[in-house]
Ligand binder design. Structure first.
Ligand SMILES: O=c1ccn([C@@H]2O[C@H](COP(=O)(O)O)[C@@H](O)[C@H]2O)c(=O)[nH]1
Length: 243
């Protein structure tokens, strides 16, 4: 169990924003997080900073009361992914993900691994990375286009007992219609109007994404690299009618 976990249940942020903390160094990340409050947003820890800092960083963020999305996109044999999800649950993370292309048995094993917990993390399947275009999918032998591949994997994730998927907001309306309101849609590839897309290919603005059915908006560089990150977050909340 996480010895730093708050004794009282944490108050979940009313904001759908999950800030992606893609920093190379823990010191810079913690300086950034010091300006945030758990009521303002949730936080995402990805491969870069987790490789550098590991579980103690997660402990520090959960101890401050933040909901943490551990975005390590597990993709391995069922036993390995199930065991990793169980360890993530013991860390006290709010959400953890795995590639849905790992298949039904892998996702079912992950669900089973956390089934006995009173407060299991949300288990989320990554469908098609938001950085990928239809042309890039064709290069790896997936010729149906992103929308069809996302729906195929989202249906499988849902059938396998997962709580939701990572997809682009471009597919959100289609997935809500196919899989229902309660199946959570976590959407990176969020960009403010007229902003650069960087390496993302399937993008939407915050308000369009929410309107399309996204439950959570994962936003990294547009906030973390802004001249005034807090003002940018406030502007996003204003665009969403949350200010
Ligand atoms: O399909 C995916 C899955 C995960 N991500 C992650 O989200 C953030 C997005 O950061 P930006 O700076 O806003 O582009 C990043 O941590 C990715 O690893 C994704 O973009 N797409």
């Amino acid at each position: 169990m996480n010895p730093f976990a708050p004794a009282a249940p944490i108050a979940h942020s009313a904001s759908p924003v999950i800030v992606a903390l893609d920093f190379p160094a823990e010191k810079d990340l913690l300086e950034f997080v010091a300006r945030l409050e758990p009521g303002l947003c949730r936080l995402k820890i990805g491969k870069e900073i987790f490789t550098a800092s590991g579980r103690h960083l997660v402990d520090k963020l959960t101890a401050r009361g933040f909901d943490v999305f551990l975005d390590l996109k597990y993709h391995d044999i069922p036993n390995t992914v199930a065991s990793a999800c169980r360890v993530a649950a013991d860390l006290g993370v709010w959400m953890v993900d795995m590639h849905a292309s790992g298949g039904r048995r892998m996702m079912e094993a992950a669900r089973e691994a956390v089934a006995s917990l009173s407060q299991p993390p949300l288990l989320i399947g990554v469908t098609v990375l938001t950085s990928m275009s239809d042309a890039e999918l064709a290069e790896i032998g997936l010729n149906d286009g992103a929308a069809a591949q996302v729906e195929r994997l989202a249906r499988l994730a849902c059938d396998s007992g997962l709580d939701g998927v990572v997809c682009s907001a471009l597919e959100a309306a289609q997935l809500k219609a196919a899989l229902g309101e309660s199946f959570r849609l976590v959407t990176p590839g969020i960009r403010l109007a007229d902003a650069v897309a960087d390496d993302q290919r399937r993008v939407m603005t915050p308000s369009a994404a929410l309107q399309a059915g996204s439950d959570y908006l994962v936003i990294g560089r547009p906030i973390t690299r802004a001249a005034d990150p807090l003002a940018t977050l406030a502007a996003i909340h204003a665009e969403l009618g949350l200010a």
